[in-house]
Design a protein around this ligand. Sequence first.
Ligand SMILES: [Zn+2]
Length: 118
Amino acid sequence: MKPYKNKINKIRSFALSLIFIGFIIMYGAIFFKEHQWLVIIFMTLGVLCILGSTFVYGWIGFLSTRAVLVECPGCHKHTKVLGRVDMCMYCNEPLTLDPSLEGQEFDQSLNNRSKHKD
Ligand SMILES: [Zn+2]
């Protein structure tokens, strides 16, 4: 199993899970019907999760415009690369935009190192 995933896909699944968590929290409010303040807290948390997810989806949209569309050398599909190193959305092939990193072992920390540069 490969530990890394394409960043955009990863954020998208995070946003999707936030929606589910939000609904589960709001559903949980039903069990506290006798305590109105608990219902209010649960409902607020649930709404916050769903709002957060909406925000994350908007953020993905913003990131997608900054991502570079490349053809994956592994599966020849077009995938979006975010940052210096990223994985192919389809086959998890490690991809890099920096020629100096080509052939190097894939390492998530390569992204963090470049963060301060740009
Ligand atoms: Zn691929």
